[in-house]
Design a protein around this ligand. Structure first.
Ligand SMILES: *[C@@H]1O[C@H](CO)[C@@H](O)[C@H](O)[C@H]1NC(C)=O
Ligand SMILES: *[C@@H]1O[C@H](CO)[C@@H](O)[C@H](O)[C@H]1NC(C)=O
Length: 399
């Protein structure tokens, strides 16, 4: 209403003095109000086509369209629909099955999911995207690893959307790389991979991507090809996976060690006593957090599991199995496309010296604290659930 009345200003009222303008604007306001009042019992407000009137007015404002024409247009479109019986009450939209908060919209207009596709500022929107990438790869980067990331990105085909999270705030220094211009750059200082992932990889935003790679910056990718990796992941039904790690370099767990004699593996042997059950981490249903790859559905679950204050993500690897079933079949390591963990200290030494401890010690302590907090929250939540349901909790919840 206010908008419509205001539109008269740039038209025939331009040369009037201030008070006359005010009066006429008020009159227009009243006229429009009456119009809407008259048409309300007969037609729903959505049938008035006000938005298109306003758009055509804005387009034509330099060619001298008048307020009268605008009102006529509104009136005509309203009266065209007069015969349809509907009361103003039943014409109100409320669809409880819509996404929460969008109940007042007609379901046909709702777009519950988005993407990272880059669009043009001109032309026909349907022709904006020559290719709709099916996969997403994110790297959490600092400028120090520019060369390594450049090499890594080249292992991902044009079917991947590339998203960089910059933890050092230096993004323009990447401009000279050809692929950087079509990559998405998110710059927030001194945050971690899981902090970015929780905030910028909401499942509804990354919904078009079949697989999502959430990778560290210090991975050697000479023996890795992303398209071949995806083919293997599909072939072996892996919902959560990682490439095998070159032995003897930054290796913590047997499970993620590359096997030379097969395409993938889903279980391993650990040191005696480490695995309470051969189907449980760290002997199976387990990948590390440095280079995980999630299917769309698995990521939707894992995103919900990531706690906002747990940013290093320690302990997450042991809990990934909660998101797929059966976990020991759908989580695995791809051996024939493998990577080298170069173990470059990056964020690790960006902590703060405190109480006589080196920065990296402070970060490590925080990592451990997070792990404990995460485990406690998970087991508390599960206990609460089982209690509520009157079920005896299985013994394996803490693994
Ligand atoms: C990208 O995806 C299309 C469609 O699946 C496929 O035909 C093409 O080979 C892929 N590109 C590469 C480089 O593998
Ligand atoms: C579960 O754990 C408790 C104590 O740790 C033990 O007494 C019990 O036998 C276990 N139950 C099963 C089914 O393994």
């Amino acid at each position: 209403m206010a908008k419509l009345a205001g539109l008269g200003r740039s038209g025939f009222l331009r040369h009037s003095n201030e008070s006359l303008r005010l009066i006429i604007m008020t009159i227009i306001g009243v006229v429009v109000g009456v119009l809407i009042g008259i048409s309300f019992p007969a037609v729903s407000i959505t049938k008035l086509h006000f938005p298109s009137s306003i758009i055509s007015y804005i387009e034509d404002k330099n060619s001298g369209i008048t307020t009268q024409a605008l009102l006529n247009h509104a009136w005509t479109s309203a009266s065209q629909n007069k015969n349809k019986p509907s009361s103003s009450e039943s014409a109100k939209i409320f669809v409880p099955t819509n996404p929460r908060g969008a109940e007042r919209l007609a379901p046909g207009i709702i777009v519950p999911e988005s993407d990272f596709y880059l669009r043009r500022l001109w032309g026909n929107p349907s022709e904006d995207l020559p290719i709709k990438q099916k996969y997403l790869v994110t790297f959490t980067v600092g400028l120090g690893q520019k060369r390594n990331i450049d090499a890594a990105v080249k292992k991902f085909s044009e079917n991947f959307t590339i998203l960089l999270f910059h933890y050092d705030g230096r993004t323009s220094e990447w401009d000279d790389l050809e692929w950087s211009k079509r990559a998405i750059h998110v710059s927030v200082r001194k945050q971690t991979k899981w902090w970015y992932a929780k905030r910028f990889l909401h499942p509804d935003i990354v919904a078009p991507y079949e697989y999502i790679f959430i990778w560290d910056e210090d991975l050697g990718v000479e023996h890795f090809d992303a398209e071949k990796y995806i083919a293997l992941v599909k072939k072996h039904g892996l919902e959560i996976s990682q490439p095998g790690l070159e032995p003897n370099k930054g290796l913590t767990w047997q499970m993620t060690k590359r096997r030379g004699d097969r395409e993938v593996h889903k279980e391993t042997e650990e040191k005696p006593g480490w695995c309470s059950d051969p189907h449980l981490p760290p002997c199976a249903a387990f990948v590390e957090i440095m280079a995980p790859v999630f299917s769309r559905d698995a990521w939707r679950c894992v995103w919900h599991m990531i706690q906002n204050d747990l940013i290093h993500g320690w302990g997450l690897d042991f809990a990934l199995r909660k998101c797929v079933d059966p976990a020991h079949e759908k989580i695995g390591v791809v051996d024939s496309q493998w990577i080298i963990h170069q173990v470059v200290p990056s964020l690790g030494n960006q902590g703060q010296a405190e109480k006589g401890k080196a920065p990296w010690e402070g970060v490590r302590d925080r990592c451990r604290k997070e792990w404990t907090m995460f485990q406690d929250r998970m087991s508390d939540a599960e206990k609460a659930y089982y209690k509520l349901m009157g079920i005896t909790a299985p013994n394996t919840t803490h693994a």
